[in-house]
Design a protein around this ligand. Structure first.
Ligand code: GLN
Length: 499
């Protein structure tokens, strides 16, 4: 069994759920300054070993906490159900009071002139931002090893990855540095790290959370979402960050499903009438025995809660990974063209001896890491004339067929479940030299993104193989995010403590 090392120890405050902390702050049992300071102290204690944060904004966090306490002293109603509870923000959302690097050298030293909508909503909700968390460069990767600023370790086993690209946010939660965090999920970067660290992560429906000020990786796939240690905390945070934003042209203009009510209803533990799908094509081969056993136990628990379990088929699934790795790089090659040495961050070779074009090339050569360069090259190739139809065009067709497969499946079931990842956390360094092995790790998560749907990873205990966390993935169609929370909360209550 994995040891509960110093990276997994906590105090009364840092071990609490966000919901409990919010209630205590609202009642005056705790101040937001106390709660925020306890988490800043925890960061100071462990983050040197862990590497979850790229930037800690202690003064700003305490100032935001003080504002919450002062509003309460004046007799004002809390700004939100999470007012005063601090949070760790993935370093891909812009903030006017802290650098935004996206884990890349090319943005070193850059501070954005505006707050992302997510950042602004957090501030308006009275949620102090502790700092910005580490990530794979521009959210490309599955282990946080593609950050230009060093690796993040998994609090459950420091020689292992916490997953990626949002490994920093997940590690901050699992080490009790923060009770809440924000991630982004383009192909799994919220769910996969949640799975490897025994935390909860939700990728909301595409368009549910504004992308304004979320530095783009692949615009048609990117989606910000909530991360925490319980399903209810995730729901409370979902409620804060979701909603229509006229500044994002792909933002959904529809009511946000009542995810908090769904989480509370689910916790009552009755899933009768809920139809749960198992995907035939996901199969069990390629999935580690301990992960498969944990998954099968979870499915039995869903049955015990009253759910009806049926098999569904997604015939196009076998092409999903290939389609994703054409669509994503194509969008990356276009989105990352904005890093031209003129507008943001790094500039290399600007010494009077080079042309503007050479400065651009030298800057991109020096500023981007190998995985980002690989994807820019693949994407540029896939979009080039003569290849466009064969690669990008075919991938888009697969995407349409996959969405049709899902639509058919969701006629038969309300949610689909699978393991979140095929294995538990792998060792740092194990896959970083083998891009294909790294890509294959996202097999279960990325189909959701191609379809624009929502998904959750909720801890399903520890693997009997190695004592490391395993995640249960729950998927639902677009704008049915409440189903994730209902099923997730019911399962969480039935599961009991992870360790
Ligand atoms: N690991 C996947 C990739 O590298 C997903 C990344 C993400 O969701 N941001 O593309």
């Amino acid at each position: 069994m994995a040891e509960n090392t110093a990276l997994r120890s906590f105090t009364e405050i840092t071990g609490s759920t966000a919901a409990d902390l919010a209630a205590k702050i609202a009642s005056g049992d705790l101040s937001s300054v106390e709660v925020t300071q306890a988490h800043l102290d925890r960061i100071a204690e462990v983050d040197g070993d862990l590497g979850a944060f790229l930037h800690v904004g202690a003064d700003q966090a305490v100032a935001a906490a003080r504002a919450v306490d002062e509003a309460r002293a004046r007799g004002e109603q809390p700004a939100s159900a999470l007012a005063g509870v601090p949070l760790a923000l993935k370093d891909v959302f812009t903030t006017t009071d802290a650098p935004t690097t996206c884990g890349s050298k090319i943005l070193e030293g850059w501070t954005a002139p505006y707050d992302a909508t997510v950042t602004a909503k957090l501030r308006a909700a009275g949620i102090p931002i502790l700092g910005k968390t580490n990530m794979d460069e521009f959210a490309m990767g599955s282990s946080t090893e593609n950050s230009a600023y060093g690796v993040t370790r998994n609090p459950w086993a420091p020689d292992r990855t916490p997953g990626g690209s949002g490994g920093g946010s997940a590690a901050a939660l699992a080490s009790y540095e923060a009770p809440l965090a924000i991630g982004t999920d383009t192909g799994g970067s919220i769910r996969q790290p949640a799975s490897l660290t025994a935390t909860v992560g939700v990728r909301p429906t595409y368009g549910a959370v504004s992308r304004y000020g979320l530095v783009a990786c692949a615009s048609s796939l990117d989606q910000g979402g909530p991360c925490a240690r319980t399903v209810l905390d995730t729901a409370l945070l979902h409620e804060v960050i979701a909603g229509h934003d006229p500044r994002d042209s792909t933002s959904l203009d529809a009511a946000v499903p009542d995810v908090v009510a769904a989480a509370r209803a689910g916790a009552a533990g009755d899933l009768s009438g809920v139809r749960v799908g198992l995907v035939k094509e996901f199969g069990a081969e390629g999935t580690e025995a301990g992960v498969q056993a944990s998954f099968e136990k979870a499915v039995q628990q869903l049955r015990d809660l009253g759910a009806e379990v049926v098999e569904v088929s997604l015939p196009t699934l076998q092409y999903a990974l290939a389609a994703y790795y054409l669509i994503l790089p194509s969008e990356v090659s276009s989105n990352l063209a904005r890093f031209d040495a003129m507008r943001y961050g790094l500039r290399t070779g600007d010494d009077g001896t080079h042309s503007a074009e050479e400065v651009m090339a030298l800057t991109r050569e020096a500023g981007f890491g190998p995985e980002v360069k690989r994807r820019i090259m693949i994407g540029t190739y896939a979009l080039s004339s003569g290849y466009y139809d064969a690669y990008y065009g075919s991938a888009q067709k697969v995407r349409t067929l996959l969405a049709a497969d899902f639509a058919k499946a969701y006629e038969q079931v309300d949610v689909i479940v699978s393991p979140t990842t095929p294995t538990t956390a792998f060792t740092l360094g194990e896959k970083v030299g083998d891009p294909l092995a790294m890509y294959l790790f996202d097999l279960f998560t990325l189909p959701t993104n191609l379809a624009g749907h929502c998904g959750m990873s909720v801890p399903s205990g520890l693997s009997a193989d190695d004592g490391l966390p395993v995640g249960l993935q729950i998927l639902a169609p677009a704008q049915a995010d409440d189903r994730l929370y209902k099923v997730g909360a019911a399962y969480e209550a039935a599961r009991g403590p992870v360790a």
